[in-house]
Design a protein around this ligand. Structure first.
Ligand SMILES: Cc1cc2nc3c(=O)[nH]c(=O)nc-3n(C[C@H](O)[C@H](O)[C@H](O)COP(=O)(O)OP(=O)(O)OC[C@H]3O[C@@H](n4cnc5c(N)ncnc54)[C@H](O)[C@@H]3O)c2cc1C
Length: 107
């Protein structure tokens, strides 16, 4: 799965800026792994296609932009991995009955 995503906000030390995802910018993220948490909850392990590192604080969320069947859709997902792991970023998504994006991600 490839998706464009942007952070709500990011905080990072200026010296690290070049290698980190700039605030408000969009990047392609790739899903590297899917973890089944329960029958209707999955965790998606994402990394930036550019190799940029993630920098975030607890409580931040990712805005995911997808094109599904030709329709552009946007959804927000809280980051479920700790800020101490900058190389990948986890989102944990619950399948919602009749929901477009959660079911597309799960299936
Ligand atoms: C800041 C933030 C963080 C979030 N973090 C998470 C997270 O960590 N994990 C998570 O799982 N979710 C999270 N969400 C929710 C997530 O963004 C999505 O809203 C969720 O996944 C449902 O999206 P969907 O496309 O599957 O459902 P949608 O397609 O948006 O549908 C939602 C519901 O509305 C119903 N519906 C859709 N269209 C119609 C219609 N025309 N008439 C009647 N009913 C309709 C659907 O059946 C479904 O029950 C977060 C939201 C926000 C704002």
């Amino acid at each position: 799965m490839n998706a464009h995503a942007s952070f709500s906000t990011t905080y990072f030390a200026p010296a690290m800026r070049q290698r980190q995802w700039a605030e408000g910018s969009r990047q392609v993220v790739r899903c590297r792994r899917v973890i089944d948490e329960t029958h209707d909850v999955k965790t998606f392990v994402l990394s930036a296609a550019s190799g940029h590192m993630f920098s975030f604080s607890a409580g931040q969320y990712l805005v995911v932009h997808l094109t599904i069947d030709g329709t552009r859709v946007t959804r927000s997902y809280s980051v479920s991995s700790p800020p101490t792991r900058p190389l990948d970023l986890h989102i944990t998504v619950k399948r919602m009955k009749g929901g477009l994006v959660s079911n597309w991600l799960h299936d």
